[in-house]
Ligand binder design. Structure first.
Ligand SMILES: *Cc1c(COP(=O)(O)O)cnc(C)c1O
Length: 425
């Protein structure tokens, strides 16, 4: 078989970049494939260096709710670039984006921009530790909060895909300060509070778990966390890096009626450029330097290109009909489930807003253990077959499918058709 341009590039990349990629899941090892190298993206589609065009349900792992190369975003970034790419001094768009974000979250008075979700989660935890004078953090098995040391124990996303149990290089003492509970298991959380409540600086949670595939919070789970945190003087950190401006305009916290002490953001607020942010009540945020004594900084934080992209994205999103998209995605997910089930496969398609995950199982999907019981070999075949048929899905059973406002009914129909025909035997 002829070597494709993607294969050539991957071989070359593997000489200079560990594993040939700059972020692990992209290597597609979880599904036993080689990665496709992308030449361009437009709306709901990506085009590879070999000239194949695919319908994209990865969307850069979430940021592109407006699809690739949205004209408003492109215009804003181009205009900003022409005025210089970085100043290392404040610029007007930082203020506008901060105000837009703060106004979208009822419990947020102030926000600090950083360069990634990892940085945002790491900084929010540092702040929670400073505020409480405690060290421990409780996270949920299969949730992902970036790759800072404290969050790598039993994490989702690439950590789950590669079955990395812990990670070499993380100090034992750091691991000891991270407590783990199954998602949706309030009883387990209560037990940990009984034992460690007075040492617990923070509970961090994805309001909708989207890094073990899509797993929804059960009724009362998030509110239960809020109550336990209140009773122990522990800060609740809601990680909305994926759900922020995707679950609705604002976050999943509004949708589920739970106000955290700190919110972590990323992905969509950068409109495809590297941005993260953390925010919350003024009494906490004013502890951040130079207002307060908790140090956190960034050479490129509040970068003018990134702020322009984020701001343009939010301005367009504010006019978008989230409810209509959710309805369309729900119908699409239902049809996908029907088509796959008609082929005699055990399947459930979880969905919320513009997110969905195909799980090859009949069982319940409340936590990472249950997710892992789904058929991952079947997912790998499904991924490979769908890709051959022009559909680009997340290259791992532990990721969430993303839909943009640019996905058309034709895109959905083509996806359903591919799912009904692809060889899964
Ligand atoms: C992607 C993600 C992060 C990490 O963001 P990066 O920009 O990749 O560092 C953190 N939390 C959640 C929920 C995420 O999905």
């Amino acid at each position: 078989m002829k070597t494709t341009r993607s294969q050539q590039l991957f071989a070359e990349a593997s000489r200079y970049i560990p594993g040939g990629v700059n972020s692990p899941v992209r290597a597609c090892r979880g599904v036993g494939c080689d990665p496709l190298f992308i030449a361009s993206g437009q709306g709901s589609h990506i085009t590879t260096v070999d000239g194949d065009t695919l319908i994209d349900y990865v969307l850069s792992w979430g940021p592109l709710l407006l699809g690739h190369a949205h004209p408003e975003v492109t215009k804003a970034v181009t205009a900003a670039a022409a005025k210089g790419t970085s100043y290392g001094a404040p610029c007007p768009d930082e203020v506008l984006l901060a105000r837009e974000v703060v106004e979208a979250f009822p419990g947020m008075d102030m926000v600090r921009m950083v360069n990634s979700g990892t940085e945002a989660a790491m900084s929010a935890l540092r702040l929670a530790r400073a505020v409480t004078g405690r060290n421990k953090v409780l996270k949920f098995i299969g949730c992902y909060h970036g790759h800072a040391d404290s969050f790598l124990a039993s994490a989702g996303s690439g950590v789950a895909t590669l079955s990395i149990p812990g990670t070499p290089g993380v100090p034992e003492a750091t691991v000891r300060d991270t407590l783990l509970a199954p998602y949706n298991d309030l009883g387990a959380v209560r037990d940990l509070f009984d034992l460690h409540g007075k040492d617990l600086a923070a509970v961090i949670v994805e309001p909708v778990a989207a890094n073990m595939g899509l797993v929804l919070p059960e009724e009362g789970f998030l509110k239960g966390l809020r109550a336990l945190c209140d009773s122990a003087g522990t800060l609740l950190i809601i990680d909305e890096v994926i759900t922020g401006f995707r679950a609705e305009y604002g976050g999943a916290q509004t949708r589920f009626g739970v106000t955290p002490d700190l919110t972590v953001l990323g992905k969509i607020i950068g409109g495809g450029l590297p941005v993260g942010a953390y925010g919350g009540k003024a009494e906490y945020m004013e502890r951040i330097a130079p207002a307060g004594d908790v140090y956190q900084a960034g050479t490129l934080s509040g970068n003018p290109l990134a702020m322009a992209a984020g701001l343009a994205t939010l301005r367009v999103l504010k006019q978008c009909d989230y409810a209509a998209l959710e309805k369309r995605v729900d119908a699409f997910a239902t049809e996908l489930e029907t088509v796959l089930r008609a082929r005699g496969l055990p399947v459930r398609v979880n969905r919320l807003a513009s997110m969905f995950t195909v799980f090859f199982t009949d069982g319940p999907l409340r936590n990472f253990d249950e997710v892992k019981s789904a058929d991952s070999a079947l997912y790998a075949r499904y991924f490979a077959e769908m890709r051959k048929n022009g559909i680009f899905l997340a290259p791992s059973p532990f990721e969430t499918g993303m839909v943009s406002f640019m996905h058309s009914e034709e895109d959905f129909a083509a996806t359903i058709k591919a799912a009904s025909r692809c060889e899964l035997g």
